[in-house]
Design a protein around this ligand. Structure first.
Ligand code: NAI
Length: 342
């Protein structure tokens, strides 16, 4: 199928080319999908996008006019695609529901340890030959309470890894029955208890209307003073201004963000000239107890391989849609959304 793949970085190209094995007529561009760049898709039946591409209603309408009938995202999350509009236009949608939950879970734990043991500062000091250990005191993870909000693929692996550290794991999920069926020896609690008791809180739910600004002034006020908050899910799940205030007044003792509310147009590329334009990000980065990574939690060789292979499989399924395999893809996404809006 003739497909334009947007937002491809140099490092991702070999994975896509290797997975495709010449099956589809793919064209790769490093440009993101926007209202302006949608015109590049003229003559293509399919497009493949990534998390910070804009597949909002206007863009989808333009793609449809140009003859595009299928859009697949190289991500788990589909919050950047207007699924209702896609359905109304008859554009098929695919995603990569599982590629490596381990990649994100392990990055989440890496952020916790880096913040706790002040590894960035330690390395900066070591490079200056300063080995005095001042300002480097951490805490034992063993015995600490970690609250996991969103106990799906990634959240449950984070819980499993941290239980190996001897942490007490508290879990809150919108669909508690699903958690219980996983049979981990964790505490399944209501949200308030998790917020009140946790020394570390890690967010692993999707961004939906329901979870937008889930972490805000009110939820922050219920947390322990000095809590560690980690967000490797989606930036919009936290109200960044409220979180910044909480870092400023010491309510949040450690903050790890792999995702940022306003990351579109900032993350995934370098900005030597416009450094500092985003004042909120700069304010956050000025705190030594804030660790920011640029949406890289997924970035392992295994994840890139699986993403590329599933993307190619989605294109193949769309081509063969008469046999019903496409229908299962879009129904799966719709079911997830139904679940989320329940
Ligand atoms: P999943 O679908 O397996 O799990 C999500 C869980 O969140 C489900 O158990 C669901 O019931 C729960 N949930 C939904 N709404 C909720 C609410 N209002 N309150 C509490 N729980 C709620 O998804 P998975 O694979 O674990 O991924 C989680 C998120 O991680 C994705 O949606 C995506 O946004 C993010 N992600 C980030 C990556 C990165 O590189 N930083 C890479 C991959 C995913």
């Amino acid at each position: 199928m003739k497909t334009l793949i947007y937002s491809v970085k140099e490092f991702e190209k070999p994975y896509l080319v290797c997975a495709n094995k010449g099956r589809h007529e793919i064209t790769i561009t490093n440009k993101p999908l926007t209202l302006e760049t949608a015109c590049l898709a003229a003559g293509f039946e399919g497009v493949a996008v990534f998390t910070n591409d804009d597949a909002s209603a206007d863009v989808l309408r333009k793609l449809k006019q140009l003859g595009v009938s299928y859009i697949t995202t190289r991500s788990v999350g589909t919050d950047h695609i207007d699924l209702d509009e896609a359905e109304a236009l008859g554009i098929g949608v695919g995603n990569v529901p599982h590629y490596s939950p381990y990649s994100v879970a392990e990055h989440t734990v890496a952020m916790m340890l880096t913040l706790n043991r002040r590894l960035i500062l330690a390395n900066e000091k070591a490079q200056r030959y300063q080995f005095d250990l001042s300002s480097l005191i951490g805490f034992d993870m063993h015995g600490k309470t970690v609250g996991i909000i969103g106990f799906g693929e990634i959240g449950s692996i984070v819980g499993k890894i941290l239980s190996g550290f001897g942490c007490k794991i508290m879990v809150y999920d919108k669909v508690m029955e699903k958690c219980l069926s996983k049979e981990f020896d964790f505490d399944y609690v209501d949200l308030d208890l998790l917020l009140e008791e946790s020394d570390i809180i890690s967010l692993h739910m999707p961004l939906t209307e329901d979870t937008k600004y889930f972490i805000n002034e009110q939820t922050l006020s219920k947390m322990k003073k000095g809590v560690m908050l980690i967000n490797t899910s989606r930036g919009g799940i936290v109200n960044t201004i409220d979180v910044l205030d909480a870092v400023r007044d010491g309510k949040i003792g450690y903050l790890g963000l792999d995702v940022y509310e306003h990351e579109r147009g900032i993350f995934f590329r370098n900005h030597f000239e416009s450094f500092g334009r985003d004042k909120i990000l700069v304010n956050l980065m000025n705190f030594k107890n804030v660790l920011i990574t640029g949406h890289q939690a997924f970035l392992t060789k295994e994840a890139l391989t699986n993403i590329a292979e599933k993307t190619v499989e989605n294109l193949t399924n769309w081509e063969k849609r008469d046999d019903g395999s496409f229908a299962s893809t879009i129904r799966r996404i719709s079911r997830e959304n139904e679940l989320m809006s329940n």
